[in-house]
Design a protein around this ligand. Structure first.
Ligand SMILES: Cc1cc2nc3c(=O)[nH]c(=O)nc-3n(C[C@H](O)[C@H](O)[C@H](O)COP(=O)(O)OP(=O)(O)OC[C@H]3O[C@@H](n4cnc5c(N)ncnc54)[C@H](O)[C@@H]3O)c2cc1C
Ligand code: FES
Length: 517
């Protein structure tokens, strides 16, 4: 997944440093031999771990250390400092752990430890997972890491094995991420971990019988389960206009979609992107990287306005305009011809590629037909169990009670889906965990990366600390003086602090975010 090893520079930590030079909770980054390592003190205890995040290679030495863990500044993966285990997504692999040798007033990094042994075996039920995306894959892996001994069957209607979906609108589409970064695991991983992976149209689960605990697949196979996870995700909404079915009109949800757009982009000169939210605008940036003219058409006055507000939206529009994107806002698409797109205002835009990003719908029909409670998503409780015991749901399709906002929410973020899958795995094994992660996502537009923690569907005030133009700011979304969400640009530590404050329910701490304009 492109996790480059951080350069092993800085002090030689194998030679040692004075204990007094270690500041509590502040990593000291250096190296031990060729390995980038950091030492960090928590009270009297000192830890030595690998300094490179196993997700995309983020600098863990610049992350947040608390409670025996370190959180990555880039996309908030969390690692246990004692074992190196990746406790929370998006990282899936552990970081290295080293012995810490303390002699007198000096500490040094000793030998690299053997990877932590898998947890002791847990006699556990046969698990069926419907959907081999973010949530389904993360659940399957976590079941094995937690010692599950029973069978795991992972059914995915997609033809590709689980892959890094967020990359499909970013580096992969832009042509700067090679194909080998995209699978979450190599093919042999599934057999090695005894995860039965069934893929393709035949593996689509078509009916569920929750009484008999059986599922039927499209190819007629019947599977039984003791515990079931529904993680079918969401589907892109197609653009319902004359010409919307033409071959050069694409949606972007799957790896096959991204490949089809790349193939079309090879001969395309002008693209129309319909929609102005995250996936559409990331795709616009990727197409610009391929030197294709891009025009964006959307009904709103400002891109991203619904999620980020008008000021941040206007800033991101300027960023895209500076990269050559043109906008046709306050308009919709009337029809799509062979070589052009007609807008509601009457204008006609040349286009040999049309990419629509107008939103997604949660996949709930299977759950609904099986008699599960569905309310704009599959309804789950705080432990992510549906209305039927032993049946769980996670990811884009699930609506869960969010302890932070006190509301039932359905979130469409990669990290949330993975963490929900991980929580379901632990609950299948009887751990009774509440799902309490703060929602988090990131989005990339050229050299601007935005991180967002929390969930604000409506707000009455947006406070900004720092400046958007400098790409260095914290943006707080508030209602009735409660902070609902915090977005940051160029301030990864603030994003990590906000995540921690949300998870502690610390509204007093959150009040400081975005203040002192
Ligand atoms: C292009 C793109 C870019 C994105 N970028 C970001 C980002 O930068 N940051 C972020 O936080 N989020 C991002 N997201 C959102 C993120 O990818 C989703 O929130 C996440 O993938 C949801 O995970 P999931 O497991 O619920 O569903 P999915 O990952 O969609 O997986 C669901 C799987 O279930 C399968 N399925 C459905 N029904 C059945 C059935 N009946 N039987 C068998 N299989 C079935 C589907 O084929 C699919 O493979 C992006 C999404 C897209 C499409
Ligand atoms: S690089 Fe660390 S979480 Fe992504």
């Amino acid at each position: 997944m492109g996790a480059d090893q951080a350069k092993a520079n800085g002090p030689d930590l194998a030679a040692g440093v004075a204990f007094a030079d270690l500041v509590d909770g502040k990593p000291l980054v250096g190296h031990a031999g060729d390995d980038a390592v950091f030492l960090v003190r928590q009270g009297q205890e000192v830890f030595a771990v690998g300094a490179t995040c196993t997700h995309y290679g983020g600098p863990l030495g610049e992350g947040a250390v608390a409670g025996g863990t370190v959180r990555c500044p880039w996309h908030h993966a969390c690692f246990d400092l004692r074992t190196g285990e990746a406790e929370r997504a998006p990282a899936l692999n552990p970081i290295a752990c080293y012995d810490v040798v303390r002699i007198g007033d000096r500490v040094r990094v000793g030998d690299k430890r053997a990877p932590a042994a898998a947890h002791a075996g847990v006699a556990s039920p046969a698990v069926l997972i419907v959907g081999a995306g973010a949530a389904g894959h993360a659940a399957a892996e976590m079941l094995r890491r937690e010692g599950h001994q029973g069978t795991i069957v992972l059914c995915g209607a997609d033809t590709d094995a689980p892959y890094d979906r967020p990359n499909l609108s970013k580096d992969y589409l832009a042509g700067s991420a090679p194909e080998e970064w995209i699978p979450l695991r190599p093919p042999e991983f599934y057999a090695e971990h005894r995860i039965e992976l069934h893929l393709g149209a035949g593996a689509r689960v078509t009916t569920l019988d929750t009484g008999a605990r059986t599922a039927t697949l499209a190819d007629g196979r019947k599977l039984s389960w003791s515990a079931l996870l529904l993680a079918p995700g969401a589907q892109a909404i197609p653009l319902d206009v004359p010409g919307g079915e033409r071959a050069h009109v694409h949606t972007l949800r799957t790896l096959a979609d991204s490949r089809a757009i790349i193939a079309r982009a090879a001969s395309a000169r002008r693209a129309v992107v319909v929609g102005a939210s995250f996936i559409a605008m990331e795709a616009a940036a990727a197409l610009r990287a391929r030197k294709i003219d891009v025009a964006v058409v959307a009904p709103e006055a400002t891109p991203f306005e619904r999620v980020l507000g008008a000021e941040v939206g206007a800033f991101l529009r300027d960023v895209h305009e500076a990269h050559g994107v043109t906008f046709h806002l306050g308009q919709t698409v009337k029809s799509i011809g062979d070589k052009s797109v007609e807008l509601s205002g009457g204008a006609r835009l040349d286009a040999d590629l049309v990419l629509t990003g107008i939103g997604v719908r949660p996949v709930t029909a299977l759950a609904e037909a099986a008699g599960l409670a569905v309310d704009r998503g599959i309804t789950v409780d705080e432990r992510l169990q549906t209305s039927v015991p032993g049946v769980y749901a996670a990811g884009d399709a699930a609506r869960y009670p969010d302890p932070i906002s006190g509301q039932k929410v359905r979130i469409e973020h990669w990290v949330v889906a993975q963490r929900m899958g991980q929580t379901v795995a632990r609950n299948i094994l009887g751990q009774h965990q509440r799902f309490s992660s703060a929602p988090f996502f990131w989005s990339v537009h050229y050299d601007v990366t935005l991180s967002y923690v929390g969930h604000a569907e409506r707000w009455d005030r947006v406070d900004i600390h720092g400046t958007l133009a400098d790409r260095d700011c914290t943006i707080a979304y508030r209602a009735d003086d409660r902070t609902l969400a915090v977005a940051t640009i160029g301030r990864d530590m603030a994003s990590l602090s906000a995540e921690s404050a949300f998870e502690k329910g610390d509204q007093a701490a959150l009040r400081a975010f975005g203040r002192q304009r």
